[in-house]
Design a protein around this ligand. Structure first.
Ligand SMILES: [Zn+2]
Length: 108
């Protein structure tokens, strides 16, 4: 299985998550509860549900990747977009002025 590229069918590219964790979480990656250092990364994107006052209808779901301590079950939830598990929602990001070919300093 040599699948590169975007996760298919909700599957998480584990290598991408590990890379992100190693970049952002230096040190021994100890569980804050039990102190063990073995984590299990969920292979599917999960969801944290935001509810309004009524608590009846969920109003929003935040996609997360769950990283679970193998020893005690403590769960870390990472934003799936931030860790690269899913594509970030397409926002209307204005493309920076990449038409400027030699625009080191636009002095006028
Ligand atoms: Zn633990």
């Amino acid at each position: 299985m040599t699948e590169n590229g975007p996760a298919s069918e909700g599957k998480v590219e584990i290598g991408t998550i590990i890379k992100h964790l190693n970049e952002k979480w230096p040190g021994q990656k100890k569980c804050p509860v039990c102190g063990h250092k073995v984590w299990v990364i969920a292979d599917r994107v999960g969801g944290v549900v935001a509810v309004k006052e009524s608590m009846v209808m969920p109003s929003e779901i935040y996609p997360v990747v769950l990283v679970t301590c193998r020893n005690c079950g403590y769960v870390l939830a990472f934003n799936a977009g931030t860790v690269g598990a899913i594509e970030k929602p397409t926002q209307s990001e204005p493309t920076q002025s990449d038409e400027a070919e030699s625009g080191v300093a636009a002095d006028e």
